[in-house]
Design a protein around this ligand. Sequence first.
Ligand SMILES: [Zn+2]
Length: 492
Amino acid sequence: MLTKRILPVLAGILALLVVVLLVRTFTPAGEEIAGEAFDFRPDGARVTRLMSESVRFKTISYGRDKPTSGKALRAYHDYLQKQFPLVHKNLRREVVADYSLLYTWQGAQPVSDSNKPVIFLGHLDVVPVVPGTENKWKQPPFEGVVADGFIWGRGTLDNKVNIVGLLEAAENMLQQGLQPNRTIYLAFGHDEEQGGIDGAKVIADILLRRGVAAEFLVDEGGLVTQGVVPGIAAPMALIAPAEKGIVTLQLKVVGEGGHSSMPPEQTSIGILAAAIAALEANQFPSDFRHTQSFLEAVADDMPFTNRLVMKNLWLFKPLVMGAFEGDKQAQAGMRTTTAATMISGGIKANVLPIDATAKVNFRILPGETPDTVRARVISVINDIRVDVTFDGSGQNGMSPSPVSPTEGFGWEHLTAAIRDTAAPQRLIVTPRLLVAATDTRHYRKLTPNHYRFTYMQLAPSDLASIHGTNERISVATLNDTVRFFFRMMSGL
Ligand SMILES: [Zn+2]
């Protein structure tokens, strides 16, 4: 009797559920906005030459304990001065901290609340080529060879594309007699690849002292790519409104030493190993928010089944999170990651170890801080014999960035410029948490609106070349980068 009454109710609920799922599936997330093509083509041969020659300056950051490539940086400054005469005639150029560059392009209108300046970042330095991998390069890393439609070499993508792209866009604007209404700063640090402490941080401090309050800031970090989400064929512009933080903790255990013939139950090495095993077995909890905003933004472009799932994450979230289990890239966007990276201890096979130490590197999701990470690590290890301290010279890591709004003038201007650069090709524009660190971190006080994005369309196979082997940029992409920065700056 009871089941007879309940069954229709259940059937009703089920039918309602199906309706809700379908309605959500077919409700678009937003109006589809098409870009408007604009009439500006850079001089492709010149842009190619500029990048090719830029690669030859070995502006390598080897790490803070090694000397800066000062000579190469200075030579690169001189080169830029010669190649961009109008920029250097019309913009104020300052050499900061010997090797970084700050350009100020005075706006046509005075600075006001509705006409705040905009900051564009880039960095002059590049990472070294890992010793032993030189012969894996199809073209030498520092010669700027142009072949197969690409300019080859270290720094082409990270990040001389911003230097050449921004300066060439400005040079072209000046050639056309264009001046932005807003004041524009071009800030090029020289040590991004080793933390930006000597370059970007000093530039940011100077701007702060001058009372600059910027409308928004654009830095490296996001790009255009294709085929990273199964089922979506259209290219995606990934803009990073936030980046993860970073902290390295040192775990240290001090043992008593002695002869290995009469060992205690656990040596300092054993205690340390157990601590690391505990950390790996107890990963930080996952937080789906950043992944969710990304998935919801791209769901409209997915085939039916995926779309049904992504548009109904209120129901299918556990399913999706389960599917991401074991996916390193997805995991990096969903939790504070734990990576034991160094270990040492012991001096001889028959001597009990005294000191045993390990370093564990964490990439911190927005919402946590280096302090909360350390507190959790201590509680997970739950062993007072393991001393947990911040690693590094007085720097207790870096908190994750605040999450910049995906609305407002900066966001709207940026996404419009991206769509216009792509037109008539259609692009999906979406926010995506950056799991790496950029110079932007030093500019937090100058504006709350930070967008990490460079217009360059890369195949997923080329993404690994950033900091890796066979870094290269296609001539077509580089032209688009210049067009994008032209569209960005001329609309300010
Ligand atoms: Zn970079």
